[in-house]
Design a protein around this ligand. Sequence first.
Ligand SMILES: C[S@@+](CC[C@H](N)C(=O)[O-])C[C@H]1O[C@@H](n2cnc3c(N)ncnc32)[C@H](O)[C@@H]1O
Length: 216
Amino acid sequence: MNVRTMNIDNQKEYWDKVGKQKTFTHPLNIELLSQFFDKDATFVDYGCGYGRIVEELIASGFSKVAGYDTSINLIQRGKERYLPIHHIADPSNLPLENNSVDCILLFAVLTCIPSDKGQATLVQLLHSKLKPGGILYISDYYLQNVEVSKSRYTFFENEPDNFGVFTLPEGATLRHHTREWIVSLFADFTVECENFITVKTMNGNTAEAFQLIVRK
Ligand SMILES: C[S@@+](CC[C@H](N)C(=O)[O-])C[C@H]1O[C@@H](n2cnc3c(N)ncnc32)[C@H](O)[C@@H]1O
């Protein structure tokens, strides 16, 4: 599968294939979010999958919430639950005005985009959609400190800075991140807080994740 077919790497054939079975699990810290936002703030969940976070935000009383994802099957799964989530054919074409969103969530999406270039393009896009002072809430993985993970990490297309890439037996190419890369990726933002949590991956393995809140 060519993961570089678009500027922002996309493996939608994979996500469409597994869309019916996978359960996504990174937890949303509503209590923390509520410290930043009133109930009328606008939220966008980028790479929303089947919309579980959109559903949770709505259940928590936030009303201006929308999700976007490139997998039509995942979107379809959430639409069956009448969630306000939308399919985008092109990951770099997010149909929102610039400077219009209070908060964008990016949960377990960077891990699906193996290249530095793809990730940088996406973060630039999301930056443009946030209002000045808007928040980006990221949940993702640094490099895991266990032998089984360490042994499978490679460089994306042999680029020396693009480390932490691995391919699952089921076909997707994923990525874990060096701290240096994450710091440089969000250099245009101010860090508000960072937490570390243990999560179950979509394949049922235990992993250490970071959650980062950064401000435009
Ligand atoms: C591990 S799932 C997480 C879904 C959701 N954020 C959650 O936590 O429930 C990753 C999601 O990112 C989406 N995705 C992957 N690459 C993407 C891209 N380049 N643009 C938009 N969505 C993407 C996939 O379709 C999938 O829904």
